[in-house]
Design a protein around this ligand. Sequence first.
Ligand code: FEO
Length: 171
Amino acid sequence: MLNEKLLSLLNAQVNFEIYSAYVYLSMAAYCESIDLSGFANFFKVQSQEELFHAMKFYDYIFQKNGVVTLEQIEKPHANFESIAHVFETGYEHEQVVTSRLYKIADVATEEREHATIGLLNWFINEQVEEENTFNTIIKKIKRCENNQAALYMLDDELAARIFTPPTTANA
Ligand code: FEO
């Protein structure tokens, strides 16, 4: 059984992960609109990952005898200035996710809720990879400045990304 404060934070995170999926789908649509279908594919896969994250919190709440409440999802940002701007916004979004997870982990630690700490550690470790992925692509995009051919090569690289559900012990 989860205490009310922790349940409320975990429930908010279910909603935030669904919002994240929406944010990335909006970024996919922008990339599609400027004919960068490989970048769009990257964000479609990212969107699927976020739904996977949402369901991981969702299942955990029910396993701990709680109930999930779905809230209204905010409209995602849609007006981007460039492909670099999209990834910078994505990187900032992932940093927000990390800070939210740290906050929940702090509360779980205060409550000595060890199972929840274990779950959050899985997510926090995932964030290292998530932030690094965005940061690496931002650096690559910067190197493609004024070089359309290089940008299309990067687009081809990102077209190959596929969604594979994580298979770690906690997944
Ligand atoms: Fe669910 Fe990208 O963090």
